[in-house]
Write a new protein. Structure first.
Length: 459
């Protein structure tokens, strides 16, 4: 008889304990432990999955020959960039994101787009007909030669099929639906997720086949799966975006084969995802008239340049407590900027409602956006529109000082290329900067008061 053993896992971080605990010693979450029965019966039968396919043996590190493995192009240059230049052989990549964001769509497109490779798309979520319907919608005229789909959730069965088909890329939608015979617990439980991911990791490493895992994250991040998986996989991609906007961002959180600062932008259309190669075009709204409260920031996300439109609305508060609300920006940081403006520029913003919106539904972390936010707020408060050909890049400190930002040359070059006439930036950013062949006028500032006088000169 197989001996069954029960263990307790923290739902939040995956910490394992032999007994139930009220508070997780690892992540300090309360009441997060759940019992799971782990049946490690008959290991020989289970472990035979792919151990039969490849035998591993220890090797001296100097004996390992380093062949430059060519990367496989996914068909999307945006995705290749995020991965650090393409899909690496034997890599295991996790694509996480909220339900409905487009994870299945992205990887099905990749599966169909890649030419001359045998691809196995394993779905535990959709039926074959659903997949076919989606594929027809995405590529009505394309007849992919070697794209196989499999609707199966048992990993032992999956590895049998893998042995027969010998795919060159494997995509799994999703890791939460997989189940291994080695464990008794239900699909989606922490022990199953860990085990299945470990099996595929072993497969990827021993067979040199790249594996993609799709993982769901709920809004509050309560599903532990992807968090635990981050340690197992080589690359973690996060698919983000707002359900109501068409734009989607693939962000890299961890990458063993490239930088994590890259980001890819896609647009969800009714025939699938389309890559957005020039984000500035979509993030700056077309307009014929000038409106107050709008300013353009030269932002860097990773190594990507983006010119983003910031909109602010400042109006008198009708109810007692003024409202502050920001989409795509941290409200606490907005409050800080308002406090600095109040103190330094003597703007009575304390009694005003302030709303802030970043175009395209994207959220920005780059502190260089501060200066444009301040300009947008000042423009709305004074009801004077800013020139559309003016942009901003600068961080604001608590004393109202404008601090330099990283990679200013790159931001200036992008603004100049897109035809901006003036750019406001920190004085310290211009130290040692040589302005060659640039048409753009650079306006250095040191304090927030100056920007107010520069933008709205009193005549
Ligand atoms: P899906 O890839 O199923 O999301 P996930 O796998 O992340 O749960 O796609 C979700 C949404 O995308 C769905 O609400 C419909 C929309 N969609 C389009 O707008 N156009 C399309 O061509 C496709 C296939 C989906
Ligand atoms: Mg899906």
């Amino acid at each position: 008889m197989a001996k069954s053993k029960s263990v307790f896992f923290c739902k939040n971080c995956g910490y394992q304990s032999s007994q139930w605990l009220g508070k997780c010693p690892s992540c300090n979450e309360w009441n997060s432990f759940e019992e799971e029965i782990i049946d490690r019966g008959e290991p020989a039968k289970g472990k035979s999955n792919f151990a039969q396919i490849i035998q591993s043996s220890p090797k001296k590190i100097e004996d390992i020959s380093l062949v430059e493995i060519p990367r496989i192009h996914s068909g999307f240059s945006e995705l290749d960039n995020v991965l650090g230049g393409g899909i690496v052989a034997g890599s295991i990549t996790l694509l996480g994101g909220e339900p409905g964001i487009g994870k299945s769509t992205l990887l099905l497109q990749v599966a169909i787009q890649i030419q001359h490779k045998r691809i196995l798309y394993i779905s535990g979520e959709e039926s074959e007909t659903q997949l076919k319907m989606r594929a027809d919608r995405l590529f009505p005229d394309m007849k992919p030669e070697e794209c196989y789909v499999l609707t199966e959730t048992n990993t032992q069965e999956i590895f049998n099929h893998i042995k027969n088909i010998q795919p060159q890329i494997v995509i799994i939608d999703s890791i939460q639906t997989l189940q291994s015979n080695l464990l008794d617990s239900a699909a989606g439980s922490i022990s199953q997720i860990k085990e299945c991911a470990a099996e595929f990791q072993h497969y990827a490493k021993t067979s040199a086949v790249p594996v993609f895992l799709i993982g769901h994250i709920t809004k509050d991040g309560s599903l532990a799966g992807p968090k635990i998986l981050e340690h197992i996989v080589d690359t973690v991609l996060q698919f983000e975006g707002d359900q109501h906007y068409g734009y989607r961002i693939v962000r890299c959180i961890k990458n063993r084969f490239g930088s994590t600062s890259e980001l890819g932008i896609f647009e969800m259309r009714n025939n699938g995802l389309r890559e957005v190669l020039n984000p500035s075009e979509i993030l700056i709204a077309d307009r014929d008239e000038d409106f107050s409260g709008s300013a353009i920031a030269a932002v860097l996300e990773g190594t990507r340049n983006m010119m983003i439109e910031i909109q602010a609305l400042v109006s008198s508060a009708v109810y007692g407590t003024p409202q502050r609300s920001a989409t795509g920006y941290d409200t606490r940081r907005l409050n800080m900027l308002l406090a600095v403006l109040e103190k330094r520029c003597h703007f009575k913003l304390g009694a005003k409602d302030v709303f802030l919106n970043i175009a395209g539904g994207i959220s920005v972390d780059d502190p260089a956006i501060n200066l444009a936010i301040v300009a947008a707020i000042l423009s709305s408060a004074t009801d004077i529109p800013l020139d559309i050909k003016t942009c901003f890049a600068g961080e604001m400190g608590l004393n109202g000082e404008i601090r330099p930002v990283s990679r200013i040359e790159q931001r200036i070059a992008e603004a100049d290329k897109l035809g901006f006439k003036r750019m406001f930036l920190s004085k310290y950013n211009l130290k040692g900067f040589t302005k060659e062949n640039l048409k753009i006028q650079l306006i250095p500032i040191t304090k927030v008061e100056e920007i107010y006088h520069q933008l709205f000169p009193v005549d």
